[in-house]
Design a protein around this ligand. Structure first.
Ligand SMILES: [Zn+2]
Length: 166
C-alpha cells in the first residue's frame, strides 16, 4: 500500500482529549495529499442521535470536495469518536461505510486506531486495520496499530503491529 498514513502526535492527542470530554460522537475530515494527512478539520455531527451515530455535515464535505478540485488537499477519509470507549468500528459503521478505500480514524477509550473501508474487510466484512506513522517532535513512530493517551493527557504510547507491514 506504499507509505503509511502519517499524523502528528499533537493533532492525535488533541483529538483524544476532545473525544474523551464529549458525550456525543465528534467527527471531522482527514485532508492531505499522497496518503499524508496534512490537516484534520472538525465538522458538525448532524446525525439525529449524535450520542450514538455520526454524520459529517454535508456542507463541510462539499466545501472540502470543491477545495480539492481547485488544487487543495484531497479528502483521504474522516474521523469520529465512540463515547462508549472503543476505537474499533461498530457494525453500524460497517453498514454505513462504502467500500471506497477511504480512511476511518476512530477514537475511543483514550485511544485511536485507523481503518480502511474495503469490499471484504477483516472487521465486519468492511474494514481493514491500517498501520500508521506518528510524528512526535523530530521523531517518527512507524508501524503503529494504535495510540493511547494517559489520563493526565501527558504521555502518548504507541502500540506497534507485529510482523512486517504489507
Ligand atoms: Zn462508529
Amino acid at each position: 500500500m506504499g507509505m503509511e498514513p502519517e499524523f502528528s502526535s499533537e493533532a492525535l492527542g488533541a483529538l483524544i482529549e476532545q473525544a474523551d470530554g464529549s458525550g456525543v460522537e465528534i467527527c471531522g475530515l482527514l485532508l492531505g495529499r499522497a496518503g499524508r494527512i496534512e490537516t484534520m478539520v472538525a465538522t458538525r455531527n448532524v446525525a439525529a442521535d449524535p450520542a450514538r451515530h455520526f454524520e459529517i455535515d454535508p456542507a463541510a464535505l462539499f466545501a472540502a470536495l470543491r477545495a480539492g478540485r481547485r488544487g487543495g488537499p484531497e479528502i483521504l477519509g474522516h474521523y469520529h469518536s465512540h463515547p462508549s470507549g472503543s476505537a474499533d468500528p461498530s457494525p453500524t459503521d460497517a453498514a454505513q461505510a462504502a467500500a471506497d478505500g477511504r480512511l476511518w480514524l476512530i477514537v475511543g477509550g483514550r485511544a485511536a486506531r485507523l481503518w480502511r473501508a474495503v469490499a471484504e474487510g477483516e472487521r465486519h466484512g468492511r474494514f481493514d486495520a491500517v498501520r500508521f506513522a506518528v510524528t512526535t517532535g523530530g521523531h517518527v513512530e512507524k508501524n503503529c496499530e494504535a495510540v493511547h493517551m494517559d489520563g493526565a493527557g501527558r504521555t502518548m504510547t504507541f502500540a506497534k503491529a507485529q510482523g512486517s507491514p504489507h
